[in-house]
Write a protein that binds this ligand. Structure first.
Ligand SMILES: Cc1ncc(C[n+]2csc(CCOP(=O)(O)OP(=O)(O)O)c2C)c(N)n1
Ligand SMILES: O=c1ccn([C@@H]2O[C@H](COP(=O)(O)O)[C@@H](O)[C@H]2O)c(=O)[nH]1
Length: 275
C-alpha cells in the first residue's frame, strides 16, 4: 500500500504540505488564495493568470509578486505586464502553439523546483476547471503531461471543484477528513477504460471497468458522508490514469463561520474584529 495523500491538505492553514502555486487565467477567488499564496515556495502565473492576480490584489499588488509569469502573452494586459516587469518578476515567453500556457508553465515550475532544490509535496493549480470547456479538457490533458514531468501530485482547484489524476498501477490511499471536503466525489476514466477497485465510498468498485459509454462514477459519496472529520480514507486501485474529483465544501455557513474566518486575509479579519 502506498503512502496516504490528503488532496485538500494544501488548503489548510498551516497544513502539512509544502506547495508550489500556478495561477491560470480564470477568476481568482479570495477564499483559498491567501492560504495557498502564503504557503507556496514558488509562485507562477500562466499568461492571463497575472491579470487576475493583479486585479484581486487591488492596491496591494506589490506585496504579491509571482516568481515568474510565462506564456505566449496574448492575454496578459500591457499594463499588468509592465507592472510585474518593473517589479523584477521574470517574464518567460513560451511561444509554442502546440502546448497550452498551463502545460508550459508547469514544465517551467518542475524545472524550477529541481534547480532550486526545494522540497515540495504538491503543485497546486488555481483555475482550469471553469470557463471554456475546451480549456477545461486541456487542463485534464495537462495532467497527463504532468505525470511525465514529475512524480509530485498536481492538484487543480477552482470554485468547489478539485481534480487530481491518479497514476496507474498502484494503490492510492486518500485521506478525506480535513473538514474541507464536500459531500460529492467522482472517478472519471478520462484517458480510456480503467479497471478500478475502491474502498471508503458509498458506491465502491470491485475490479470494475470504468469507461465512457459504459460506467463513470459521478455523484459518488463517502462511506459515511455525514461525519466529515471521521471519514475513513478512500483507497483506489486503477490500471490506467484515473481522475479523482471530490468537491470542496462550500462556505455557505455565513461570513462569521469558522471556515470563512480561516480563509480571510488578515486585513479583512481585522476590519471585522476577528482574531
Ligand atoms: C491539432 C491542434 N489543434 C489546436 C492547436 C492550437 N493550439 C493548441 S494549444 C494552443 C495554445 C493555447 O494557448 P493557451 O494560452 O493555453 O490558451 P488560449 O487562451 O490562448 O486559447 C493552441 C493555439 C494546435 N496547435 N494543434
Ligand atoms: O477559459 C480559460 C482560459 C484559460 N485557462 C487556463 O489559463 C491558461 C492561460 O490562459 P491564457 O488565455 O493564455 O491567458 C490556459 O493555458 C488555461 O490553462 C482556463 O482554464 N480557462
Amino acid at each position: 500500500m502506498d503512502e496516504e495523500f490528503t488532496p485538500l491538505d494544501c488548503l489548510l492553514s498551516p497544513g502539512s504540505q509544502k506547495i508550489c502555486l500556478v495561477i491560470l487565467n480564470q477568476p481568482l477567488e479570495e477564499r483559498f488564495f491567501h492560504v495557498l499564496w502564503s504557503k507556496a515556495v514558488i509562485r507562477a502565473c500562466a499568461d492571463g493568470g497575472a491579470n487576475h492576480l493583479y486585479r484581486l490584489m487591488d492596491s496591494q499588488q506589490e506585496r504579491f509578486l509571482p516568481d515568474y509569469i510565462s506564456g505566449d502573452f496574448d492575454s496578459i494586459t500591457p499594463d499588468v505586464k509592465a507592472f510585474y516587469s518593473e517589479k523584477n518578476c521574470r517574464l518567460i515567453e513560451t511561444a509554442d502553439q502546440d502546448l497550452t500556457d498551463f502545460t508550459k508553465c508547469l514544465d517551467i515550475m518542475v524545472e524550477e523546483i529541481k534547480k532550486r532544490q526545494v522540497q515540495v509535496d504538491t503543485i497546486v493549480i488555481l483555475g482550469g476547471l471553469a470557463g471554456r470547456f475546451d480549456q477545461i479538457m486541456a487542463t485534464v490533458e495537462t495532467l497527463f503531461h504532468a505525470q511525465k514531468m514529475t512524480k509530485l501530485p498536481v492538484v487543480v482547484i477552482q470554485g468547489s471543484s478539485l481534480a487530481l489524476l491518479l497514476q496507474e498501477g498502484r494503490q492510492h490511499r486518500l485521506s478525506v477528513n480535513t473538514g474541507l471536503e464536500g459531500s460529492w466525489c467522482g472517478l472519471v476514466p478520462v484517458g480510456g477504460p480503467c479497471v478500478t477497485t475502491t474502498s471508503g465510498l458509498k458506491w465502491n468498485l470491485d475490479n470494475t471497468v470504468l469507461e465512457f459509454g459504459k460506467l463513470v462514477s459521478t455523484s459518488n459519496t463517502y462511506e459515511d458522508p455525514g461525519d466529515e472529520q471521521e471519514r475513513k480514507p478512500v483507497t483506489i486501485t486503477t490500471d490506467r490514469p484515473l481522475l479523482w474529483t471530490p468537491n470542496t465544501a462550500s462556505c455557505s455557513h455565513g461570513p462569521n463561520s469558522f471556515r470563512m474566518q480561516q480563509f480571510q486575509p488578515p486585513l479583512k479579519r481585522e476590519k471585522q474584529g476577528l482574531h
